[in-house]
Design a protein around this ligand. Structure first.
Ligand SMILES: *Cc1c(COP(=O)(O)O)cnc(C)c1O
Length: 448
């Protein structure tokens, strides 16, 4: 079996004096042209991940296999901009949005509103209005009160709102395990076990200007096995059958959510084919037992589409040796981190790896810690890594698997600029998002 690697498909490590390459582009030239830090997006890698999801969903849920088809909704919160949405459209995927801002970008990128799903646990009146005015394909409700708001807003416009209910099934999945609990103590969704999901379905059927169109679950992130997904999906499909008995509406769609894990260092991951094959089996078996027609299925991958497609290039700055209990540690400071990628290590304790991209440095290594340039001692990109003794100021470090929740969670803390995203393919680079400038900071400051 192939080893799991975090590097995108066109990545070529440095060899002697030749710098590492991505998309046929030399990383040193990329850094010279766009500055650092820079998110280098491997376009071929990204496209192939989208295609793998679309192909797997089409194949495993095909009507010839006794199922009703499946859609792939790219979860745009992982990374979005107009060029990204255009590619999502081109590769035949749909898109999820979780705010008015993400909706505006999806529409600006040319996504058919009917192929947009709107999420959010606290949608504003403006966000509901924007979703209805655009005519989105699904609004996933997350609380009972939201049904009344959407019903009223749809009534004012003389339209019918397609409603999905986000259900918490009591199953929460994480990196390597899942937990199943009867009680829900978190902000998302309507509980299956306390009856609020069924109550929401009843209310959605009663209220005017709403169409109960589907059920939804999203049970966790960075999932590396599907046990929790299988258990949760079975519960969700049972609820669908129960709703049909109680209200007469057998909802046509069931959305299984996202959260499929990627390799950050060497963690094993599931391919879209493995995910779709397994979940198709679960859906088929459950619908047979429940004696109901299978629903059309949706998947909402974010991280597993864009995460592995980007590598962030940083310049090495200050290098400091400190004495620790059992020897020495080298503190290697890079020119970003907390404002871009490091938010994930800080929030979730995520672990990344790194490689020198500017040249191949052989010889001994030293125990190192890669830190950022923000005024926080927690601004640590990689806590423990062996780096070459010969690393110098001006070398480039590449950190892979930064495409998801890197640029999208970036901030201007310390008034550092957020980094650009540059798509590279066949030796050509295209700017997808430019770096912030000081003028951008002044543009929002009326006193300027
Ligand atoms: C965040 C989110 C996703 C995507 O999660 P990934 O871990 O990026 O795949 C999908 N659906 C919903 C509802 C989400 O909130």
């Amino acid at each position: 079996m192939a080893a799991f690697t975090p590097w995108p498909s066109t990545w070529v490590p440095a060899d002697g004096d030749r710098p590492a390459q991505i998309g046929g582009f030399d990383t040193r030239s990329l850094a010279a042209e766009y500055g650092t830090p820079v998110f280098a997006l491997d376009l071929a890698d990204l496209r192939s991940r989208m295609d793998a999801w679309a192909a797997a969903a089409n194949e495993h849920f095909a009507p010839e296999r006794g199922l009703a088809g499946a859609d792939v909704f790219y979860a745009s919160k992982a990374f979005t901009c107009i060029s990204m949405i255009r590619l999502v459209v081109e590769r035949g995927l749909c898109a999820d949005v979780a705010s008015g801002g993400e909706l505006a970008v999806a529409l600006a990128g040319g996504m058919d509103p009917a192929r947009i799903g709107v999420h959010g646990n606290n949608k504003s009146a403006e966000e509901i209005a924007a979703a209805l005015d655009a005519g989105v394909g699904r609004i996933v409700i997350d609380s009972l009160g939201e049904l009344d708001l959407i019903s009223a807003a749809a009534g004012e416009r003389g339209v019918t709102a397609p409603i999905f209910i986000r259900v918490t099934t009591g199953v929460h999945a994480g990196a390597n395990e899942y937990i199943a609990t009867a009680h829900e103590d978190q902000k998302f969704g309507l509980s299956l076990t306390d009856g609020s999901a069924l109550a929401a379905a009843r209310r959605a059927v009663e209220l005017p200007n709403l169409e109960l169109a589907g059920l939804h679950q999203h049970i966790g992130s960075q999932i590396s096995d599907l046990e929790g997904h299988a258990v949760s999906t079975h519960s969700l499909l049972s609820l669908r059958a129960e709703i049909a008995r109680e209200t007469g509406v057998l909802v046509p769609d069931v959305d299984l959510g996202g959260g499929y894990g990627i390799t950050y260092v060497d963690e094993p991951t599931l391919s879209p084919d493995e995910v779709c094959a397994r979940m198709a089996g679960v859906v088929r078996a459950a619908c047979e037992v429940l004696e109901v027609a299978p629903p059309r299925i949706s998947f909402e991958p974010g991280r597993s589409i864009v995460g592995p497609a980007m590598v962030t290039l940083y310049s090495v700055g200050a290098i400091k040796r400190v004495t620790i209990d059992d020897g020495e540690r080298s503190y290697v400071a890079i020119d970003g981190s907390m404002g871009d990628t490091v938010l994930r290590p800080m929030l979730y304790g995520s672990v990344y790896t790194a490689d020198v991209a500017s040249r191949e440095i052989s010889g001994p290594t030293v125990r190192s810690r890669i830190v950022g340039k923000h005024c926080e001692s927690g601004d640590i990109m990689i806590r423990d890594i062996d780096l070459p003794e010969g690393l110098e100021r001006g070398d480039l470090l590449a950190i892979p698997a930064t495409g998801a929740y890197g640029r999208s969670m970036a901030s201007n803390y310390n008034l550092l600029a957020r980094s650009p995203v540059v798509a590279v393919e066949n030796g050509e680079a295209t700017l997808w998002l430019r770096r912030d400038t000081v003028s951008d900071f002044f543009a929002v400051d009326p006193a300027y």
